[in-house]
Write a protein that binds this ligand. Structure first.
Ligand SMILES: Nc1ncnc2c1ncn2[C@@H]1O[C@H](COP(=O)(O)OP(=O)(O)OP(=O)(O)O)[C@@H](O)[C@H]1O
Ligand SMILES: [Mg+2]
Length: 327
């Protein structure tokens, strides 16, 4: 059997993935409004064909970052290459290579969904036939065929979000900024949009998104950065970020203070809440360690009212990293 083609393919794949240029490269990005510093030196890199999620509390500067990187406003300092072009020297080049879906809808409510899309196609000089062909293909892809010929004023929030994305996709951009794409969507519409985003990434598109939903970052993003107090306070994969916070634990709740005392004497307690009558026991959440814990509870005849298992998730990471500012 001749393995040569397979090896050649493997080598080519390895070469293209390591040589792949970054879609976004940012160093020392700064932005202030008056004496309010919003971005105080941001560095980040987004590899082409990946999803990068920017998290942060309200007012952290996520939209500001998106607006700067998509040429809508100017930075006060720092360097950025976006879609292979220098942001400061060649903003037109950047603009030609990207698509942006803003946090707030940018469509005309009096026109129909289809008319909005065709208008956008015209703005991109797609030509009459091609513009209409792409508009119809996107209406179908985003499940908007039924509403295509109704005015936008009759669309629900989820339908408007999907049309927003269609407006961005009409020019077929290879790098897309999505500012809170699923805010206000119901769980099913959110999942539908995730599927669409995954489909785009499978086609090699790069996605830079901001979100308030940590589950969204967890499910979609290859890398996640947390913005707080003008700086990126953490950056990595979801798994890497989760390792930043203390591990999992079992929470036991007792009926009365005496049972709590009894248990605290025989179990490896890491934290105790006398008001809530709870104890925290470190745990990896695995069956083996749980059955050891249950054996000890039974052996000491402890009166446990409630047992729950907690593994660190991105919510814990987010709360831990952004706590300082909230205080
Ligand atoms: N044009 C402006 N003039 C003055 N201050 C501004 C302006 N635009 C934004 N800001 C301030 O910059 C900070 C960052 O705002 P930004 O919209 O980037 O936050 P965000 O992270 O997107 O928040 P949210 O989660 O609420 O969307 C906020 O304190 C905001 O008040
Ligand atoms: Mg915002």
């Amino acid at each position: 059997m001749d393995d040569a083609p397979r090896y050649r393919q493997a080598i080519e794949t390895a070469l293209t993935s390591t040589n792949r240029p970054a879609a976004i490269e940012v160093t020392g990005l700064r932005k202030s409004y008056g004496d309010h510093t919003v971005l105080d030196g941001i560095d980040l890199t987004v590899q082409a064909g990946t999803v990068f999620a920017l998290l942060g509390p309200n007012g952290a500067g996520k939209t500001t970052t998106v607006r700067i990187l998509s040429t809508l406003i100017a930075a006060d300092g720092g360097e950025a290459r976006v879609a292979g072009r220098d942001l400061a020297r060649d903003p037109d080049g950047v603009r030609a290579g990207i698509g942006v879906t803003g946090q707030y809808s940018a469509v005309d409510a009096l026109l129909t969904g289809r008319e909005n899309l065709i208008l956008m196609a015209d703005l991109h000089h797609l030509g009459r036939r091609e513009g209409r062909r792409r508009a119809d293909a996107l209406l179908e892809r985003l499940d908007l065929q039924d509403a295509a010929n109704k005015p936008l004023s009759t669309y629900s929030g989820g339908m408007k979000r999907r049309l927003d994305l269609a407006m961005t996709l009409i020019a077929n951009p290879r790098l897309i900024f999505l500012d809170e794409p699923t805010t206000g969507l119901d769980p099913r519409s959110r999942r539908d949009l995730w599927e669409i985003i995954r489909g785009l990434v499978a086609d090699g598109v790069t996605i830079f998104l901001t979100t308030q939903y940590l589950e969204e970052a967890d499910r979609l993003a290859d890398r996640i950065a947390v913005l707080n107090g003008g700086r990126l306070v953490a950056e990595g994969t979801a798994a890497e970020l989760k390792r930043l916070v203390p591990g999992g634990h079992v929470l036991l709740r007792f009926a009365d203070p005496r049972s709590l005392d009894d248990a605290a004497r025989v179990l490896p307690v890491t934290s105790r809440d006398d008001d809530a009558l709870t104890l925290q026991i470190p745990s990896d959440g695995g069956v083996a360690s749980l059955s050891i814990l249950l054996d000890r509870i039974n052996a000491a005849s402890l009166d446990v009212r409630e047992l729950s298992i907690h593994m660190p998730d991105l919510d814990d990471v987010f709360l831990a990293l952004t706590e300082r500012n909230a205080r």
